[in-house]
Design a protein around this ligand. Structure first.
Ligand SMILES: [Zn+2]
Length: 176
Protein backbone atom coordinates (compact mmCIF):
# COMPACT_ATOMS: atom_id res chain seq x y z
CA UNK A 1 0.00 0.00 0.00
CA UNK A 2 1.08 3.57 -0.70
CA UNK A 3 3.62 2.72 -3.40
CA UNK A 4 2.25 5.11 -6.01
CA UNK A 5 1.54 7.77 -3.40
CA UNK A 6 5.09 7.71 -2.08
CA UNK A 7 6.39 7.96 -5.66
CA UNK A 8 4.01 10.83 -6.47
CA UNK A 9 4.96 12.65 -3.28
CA UNK A 10 8.67 12.19 -4.03
CA UNK A 11 8.29 13.58 -7.57
CA UNK A 12 6.32 16.57 -6.28
CA UNK A 13 8.85 17.15 -3.56
CA UNK A 14 11.66 17.15 -6.14
CA UNK A 15 9.75 19.61 -8.36
CA UNK A 16 8.99 21.82 -5.38
CA UNK A 17 12.63 22.05 -4.37
CA UNK A 18 13.73 22.69 -7.95
CA UNK A 19 11.29 25.55 -8.36
CA UNK A 20 12.27 26.88 -4.95
CA UNK A 21 15.95 26.72 -5.80
CA UNK A 22 15.59 28.44 -9.19
CA UNK A 23 17.25 31.83 -8.84
CA UNK A 24 15.95 34.52 -11.23
CA UNK A 25 18.96 36.73 -10.39
CA UNK A 26 21.30 34.09 -11.81
CA UNK A 27 19.13 33.88 -14.94
CA UNK A 28 19.36 37.69 -15.29
CA UNK A 29 23.13 37.39 -14.98
CA UNK A 30 23.38 34.86 -17.86
CA UNK A 31 21.01 36.92 -20.00
CA UNK A 32 23.24 39.97 -19.40
CA UNK A 33 26.36 37.94 -20.25
CA UNK A 34 24.75 36.68 -23.46
CA UNK A 35 23.95 40.25 -24.54
CA UNK A 36 27.47 41.42 -23.67
CA UNK A 37 28.81 38.55 -25.80
CA UNK A 38 26.87 39.86 -28.79
CA UNK A 39 28.32 43.33 -28.30
CA UNK A 40 31.89 42.02 -27.95
CA UNK A 41 31.63 39.97 -31.16
CA UNK A 42 33.19 36.84 -29.61
CA UNK A 43 30.38 34.54 -30.56
CA UNK A 44 26.65 33.90 -30.55
CA UNK A 45 24.10 35.34 -28.08
CA UNK A 46 24.59 32.65 -25.46
CA UNK A 47 25.93 32.38 -21.90
CA UNK A 48 25.80 29.80 -19.12
CA UNK A 49 26.59 29.54 -15.40
CA UNK A 50 27.24 26.49 -13.27
CA UNK A 51 26.13 26.72 -9.67
CA UNK A 52 26.88 24.52 -6.69
CA UNK A 53 25.17 25.05 -3.33
CA UNK A 54 23.99 28.47 -4.51
CA UNK A 55 27.48 29.67 -5.49
CA UNK A 56 28.64 30.24 -9.07
CA UNK A 57 31.44 27.79 -9.92
CA UNK A 58 31.96 28.74 -13.57
CA UNK A 59 30.76 31.12 -16.26
CA UNK A 60 30.86 30.43 -19.98
CA UNK A 61 29.95 32.35 -23.10
CA UNK A 62 29.76 31.21 -26.71
CA UNK A 63 33.24 31.63 -28.23
CA UNK A 64 32.63 30.03 -31.64
CA UNK A 65 33.95 33.08 -33.55
CA UNK A 66 36.78 34.00 -31.19
CA UNK A 67 38.20 30.45 -31.08
CA UNK A 68 37.09 29.19 -34.53
CA UNK A 69 35.55 26.28 -32.63
CA UNK A 70 32.04 25.13 -33.58
CA UNK A 71 31.80 23.23 -30.28
CA UNK A 72 32.63 26.29 -28.13
CA UNK A 73 29.04 26.79 -26.97
CA UNK A 74 28.40 28.55 -23.66
CA UNK A 75 27.31 25.38 -21.85
CA UNK A 76 30.31 23.34 -23.04
CA UNK A 77 32.68 26.17 -22.09
CA UNK A 78 31.03 26.46 -18.65
CA UNK A 79 31.19 22.69 -18.08
CA UNK A 80 34.90 22.63 -18.96
CA UNK A 81 35.63 25.51 -16.57
CA UNK A 82 33.51 24.03 -13.75
CA UNK A 83 35.22 20.63 -14.06
CA UNK A 84 38.64 22.32 -13.99
CA UNK A 85 37.61 24.38 -10.94
CA UNK A 86 36.18 21.41 -9.05
CA UNK A 87 38.87 18.94 -10.17
CA UNK A 88 36.63 16.18 -11.57
CA UNK A 89 34.78 15.10 -14.69
CA UNK A 90 31.32 14.90 -13.13
CA UNK A 91 29.20 17.81 -11.90
CA UNK A 92 26.70 15.98 -9.70
CA UNK A 93 25.15 18.37 -7.21
CA UNK A 94 25.50 21.28 -9.66
CA UNK A 95 22.92 23.15 -11.70
CA UNK A 96 23.27 24.98 -14.99
CA UNK A 97 21.66 28.30 -15.88
CA UNK A 98 21.74 28.94 -19.59
CA UNK A 99 20.42 31.91 -21.55
CA UNK A 100 18.94 29.57 -24.16
CA UNK A 101 17.63 26.00 -24.04
CA UNK A 102 20.62 23.68 -24.60
CA UNK A 103 21.19 22.49 -28.18
CA UNK A 104 21.54 18.71 -28.70
CA UNK A 105 25.34 18.82 -28.28
CA UNK A 106 25.13 20.80 -25.04
CA UNK A 107 22.24 18.73 -23.73
CA UNK A 108 24.34 15.61 -24.28
CA UNK A 109 27.31 17.31 -22.58
CA UNK A 110 25.04 18.11 -19.62
CA UNK A 111 24.10 14.42 -19.41
CA UNK A 112 27.75 13.36 -19.64
CA UNK A 113 28.56 15.85 -16.86
CA UNK A 114 25.66 14.54 -14.71
CA UNK A 115 24.37 18.00 -13.84
CA UNK A 116 21.30 17.97 -11.57
CA UNK A 117 19.05 20.62 -13.15
CA UNK A 118 18.82 22.88 -16.21
CA UNK A 119 17.31 26.38 -16.06
CA UNK A 120 16.98 28.09 -19.44
CA UNK A 121 15.78 31.47 -20.73
CA UNK A 122 15.08 31.41 -24.48
CA UNK A 123 13.43 28.26 -25.82
CA UNK A 124 14.53 26.07 -28.70
CA UNK A 125 11.89 27.73 -30.93
CA UNK A 126 13.27 31.19 -30.11
CA UNK A 127 16.74 29.97 -31.15
CA UNK A 128 15.28 28.62 -34.41
CA UNK A 129 13.68 32.02 -35.15
CA UNK A 130 17.06 33.67 -34.52
CA UNK A 131 18.62 31.39 -37.16
CA UNK A 132 20.17 28.64 -35.01
CA UNK A 133 19.92 24.96 -35.97
CA UNK A 134 18.98 23.47 -32.58
CA UNK A 135 15.47 22.38 -33.58
CA UNK A 136 16.73 20.99 -36.92
CA UNK A 137 19.41 18.90 -35.16
CA UNK A 138 16.87 17.65 -32.59
CA UNK A 139 14.70 16.46 -35.51
CA UNK A 140 17.71 14.85 -37.21
CA UNK A 141 18.56 12.90 -34.06
CA UNK A 142 15.07 11.48 -33.91
CA UNK A 143 15.44 10.02 -37.44
CA UNK A 144 16.85 6.60 -38.22
CA UNK A 145 20.53 6.75 -39.12
CA UNK A 146 19.85 6.11 -42.84
CA UNK A 147 17.43 9.06 -43.04
CA UNK A 148 19.73 11.71 -41.58
CA UNK A 149 21.15 14.49 -43.78
CA UNK A 150 24.75 13.53 -42.95
CA UNK A 151 25.36 9.96 -44.13
CA UNK A 152 27.23 7.57 -41.86
CA UNK A 153 28.44 4.07 -42.56
CA UNK A 154 29.87 1.40 -40.30
CA UNK A 155 33.34 0.10 -41.22
CA UNK A 156 35.67 -2.57 -39.72
CA UNK A 157 33.54 -3.25 -36.63
CA UNK A 158 35.42 -6.46 -35.79
CA UNK A 159 38.73 -4.60 -35.70
CA UNK A 160 37.23 -1.63 -33.85
CA UNK A 161 35.93 -3.94 -31.10
CA UNK A 162 39.54 -4.50 -30.00
CA UNK A 163 39.64 -1.22 -28.07
CA UNK A 164 36.46 -2.19 -26.18
CA UNK A 165 37.98 -5.57 -25.31
CA UNK A 166 41.08 -3.80 -23.97
CA UNK A 167 38.89 -1.40 -21.97
CA UNK A 168 37.00 -4.24 -20.31
CA UNK A 169 40.24 -5.61 -18.88
CA UNK A 170 42.07 -2.32 -18.37
CA UNK A 171 43.24 -1.20 -14.91
CA UNK A 172 42.52 2.37 -16.13
CA UNK A 173 38.84 1.64 -16.65
CA UNK A 174 36.61 4.10 -14.76
CA UNK A 175 32.90 4.74 -14.79
CA UNK A 176 31.88 8.04 -16.30
ZN1 LIG B 1 25.00 24.08 -27.60
Amino acid sequence: MGGWWVKWAAINDALYWRVLRANPELMRRVIRLASENVNSGGGGPFAALIVKDGAVVAEGVNTVFASNDPTAHAEVNAIRKACAALGGFALRGCEIYTSSEPCPMCLAAIYWAHLDTIYFGNGCEDAARAGFDDAYIFRQLSLERAKRAIPSEQLLRDEALESFRLWEASPFKREY
